[in-house]
Design a protein around this ligand. Structure first.
Ligand code: ADP
Ligand code: MG
Ligand code: ZN
Length: 624
């Protein structure tokens, strides 16, 4: 990507501080030239007796009485070159007589004052010029440091203060350099269709102007991370063959009030000059957060930036061909003003891909690597339910890396399968040290999950069981893959899933005794609890609360954290009910395993020996 600087003039290389240094040096030199003795004037205190001796020797040339201290200041020296300033106290009863004597001595000049301080010019420099100099120096350093932080593309040198607030829309790219088209974005058909219209508008704005239709000024792409929002925005620019300004929301966040706003202004000014073009603000939530949500008493800088953005969006003429795209994974935190008609009036959801979408994404990325023809893309797509586009891209790449590690030229099915597990569960920890007893426990635990899953109706079939530890910390796992895409889950399915999750611990208890249960079930417990609570609070699957919402999701696209919206008494009830659901499921799992204890032993021993077994092997032993 090419950086655009607003000028290419070479700033003067010498920093400002250089000039200050020179000025100071000159000053000191002048000083030393014109007041050489005074520069080195130091006052030496001597006893009175020595003063008398020096007078007798005829060394004293000038004398003055310092009124403030009542002491004598005098200049003495064996010759011109060794003159020094001295100071001495006078014996009180000697005073009058001494002064008379000094006055009458023709070789001694009696002075009103002999300056004992360093010369005034020097002290002026030390007390005034030097501090000012340091202030300027520090100021200069700070501004330089900030310049660096704002960085990129700004002309350096002394003119910097004037260029504060230039949007470093450095990612201004000519259409020909983007190299991403809609063909690179797989799945996401609805999003593409919606954006296709934008592209069409940029191609033939007259068509829309003729009929009087106005295209949305702004299109907001919302969806979880890694689903291809940024990719889609690039593809729009690539398809439309227009310049593309891309800037991240966080780049508007500045230290000083007003600077972010200035950047916004500048960005739109540049965009207007280049119209038709696309302005893309990635992660817009950084500046588009709701204003005044209480708490910290506002954030002036961010609000100003947002206000400026809103004003600019109202200000620019949609017919001119500037299209604003933005992306976020936190739409619920955006200021409503951003979303009102006339601003980001079109909202394009970019959801995690469905089964055909995942297959298409895998295949798009597979084009970049040498891959065997007989790869079962359906299977890989099915095992990656819930994965985002970015994860799928990563899976293909990990598979290619694995092929390279094994000195092969093509990627095979097994590479992909292994890489799915690597991405989802972490890499294999081949040299993890696990005792035989622990391995045995893990085998029973995993077979417990698998048996409960297989012996219930409405459970996804088991496709793989392994007790090879993973870097994620899992000592083994049981993979279940649905045969098709599932959008809904029934109450029974949820309940059975909880039972399956408790199956691991149930097997441990049954075989090794309740007192020997292990910590291996912690992740199962977490998941089972989440499900049980969701059944009560979000899915309305209990008689007591019926269809009442007891929880709200905070950020839908980022982990979906929830918060309870009910009275504390209700919360306590929810806890009790969740515990009940899990307990029932646990007992059901125990019952299933007890009834098939023979199979449990047989399968666990088989797994312990083989470490990994496939779904088919598992089923054939179970059904034997
Ligand atoms: P987001 O901006 O939504 O967080 P990105 O657009 O940055 O995600 O996607 C990251 C990467 O994931 C892309 O560069 C691309 O390789 C891959 N990817 C994501 N979605 C898709 C998709 N629909 N088709 C192809 N590749 C995708
Ligand atoms: Mg992105
Ligand atoms: Zn488990």
């Amino acid at each position: 990507m090419k950086e655009i600087k607003d000028s290419d003039r070479k700033p003067s290389k010498k920093p400002l501080i250089y000039y200050y240094m020179v000025a100071l040096l000159v000053l000191m030199l002048l000083n030393a030239l014109f007041f050489p003795s005074v520069l080195s004037r130091q006052v030496i205190e001597v006893p009175y007796s020595q003063f008398l001796t020096m007078i007798d020797d005829g060394q004293v040339s000038q004398v003055a009485l310092e009124e403030s201290s009542g002491q004598l200041v005098f200049i003495a020296g064996e010759d011109e070159a060794h003159q020094q300033v001295y100071k001495t106290g006078i014996w009180p009863d000697d005073g009058q007589r001494l002064l008379e004597q000094l006055r009458s001595d023709p070789s001694i000049q009696f002075q009103a004052e002999i300056p004992t301080q360093a010369n005034p010019l020097l002290s002026f420099v030390l007390t005034w010029i030097l501090p000012i100099f340091f202030f300027i120096l520090i100021g200069e350093l700070i501004s330089r440091w900030m310049m660096k932080r704002m960085g990129n593309g700004l002309p350096g040198g002394m003119g910097n203060a004037m260029t504060f607030g230039k949007s470093n829309a450095k990612v201004y790219v000519e259409a020909s350099q983007i190299g991403v088209t809609f063909a690179d974005v797989a799945g996401q058909e609805e999003a593409k269709a919606s954006l296709m219209e934008v592209v069409d508008f940029l191609h033939e704005p007259e068509k829309y102007a003729d009929i009087g239709a106005q295209l949305p000024k702004g299109v907001l792409l919302v969806g979880p991370p890694g689903t291809g929002k940024t990719l889609l925005a690039k593809a729009v620019a690539g398809e439309a063959h227009v310049p593309f300004f891309s800037i991240s929301g966080s780049e508007f966040v500045e230290m000083f009030v007003g600077m972010g706003a200035a950047k916004v202004r500048d960005l739109f000014k540049q965009a207007n000059e280049k119209a038709p073009c696309i302005v893309f603000i990635d992660e817009i939530d950084a500046i588009g957060k709701k204003r005044d949500t209480g708490g910290y008493g506002g954030n002036d800088e961010r609000e100003q930036t947002l206000n400026q953005l809103l004003a600019e969006m109202d200000g620019f003429d949609g017919r001119k061909g500037v299209v604003l795209l933005a992306a976020t994974n936190r739409p619920e935190s955006l200021d409503p003003a951003l979303m009102r008609p006339g601003r980001f009036d079109r909202r394009v959801p970019v959801e995690p891909p469905d089964l055909p979408g995942r297959k298409a994404i895998l295949q798009v990325h597979a084009k970049k690597v040498h891959i065997a023809d007989d790869v079962d893309w359906d299977l890989i797509a099915r095992t990656t339910a819930g994965s985002s586009g970015a994860e799928l891209a990563n899976i293909v790449n990990e598979a290619a890396l694995r092929a390279v590690r094994q000195h092969r030229k093509v990627v095979k099915q097994e590479d992909l399968e292994e890489s799915v597990e690597t991405v989802l569960a972490g890499a294999q920890r081949k040299n993890a040290v696990i005792s035989d007893q622990e391995k045995k426990i893990v085998s029973y635990h995993e077979i417990g999950h698998a048996l409960v899953a297989a012996l219930q109706t409405h459970s996804a079939p088991v496709t793989k069981i392994t007790i090879i530890p993973r870097t994620s910390g899992a000592l083994g796992y049981t993979m279940q893959v649905d045969t098709g895409e599932k959008a809904l889950m029934s109450r029974t399915e949820l309940y059975n899933k909880i039972a399956t999750l408790t199956g691991g611990r149930a097997a441990e208890e049954l075989i090794f005794g309740k007192e020997n249960m292990t910590t291996g079930a912690s992740n199962d417990i977490e998941q089972a609890t989440k499900l049980a609570r969701a059944m009560i609070t979000r899915y309305g699957m209990t008689d007591e609360f019926d269809m009442m919402a007891l929880e709200t999701i905070q950020n839908q696209y980022l982990g979906g954290d929830t918060s309870l919206t009910c009275a504390p008494e209700t919360a306590a009830k929810i806890d009790a009910m969740a515990a009940q659901i899990i307990k029932e499921a646990h007992e059901k799992a125990l019952g299933i395993l007890k009834a098939h204890e023979g199979k449990l032993h047989e399968l666990a021993e088989y797994l312990l020996e083989k470490e990994t077994i496939t779904g088919e092997a598992f089923m054939s032993i179970l059904n034997a």
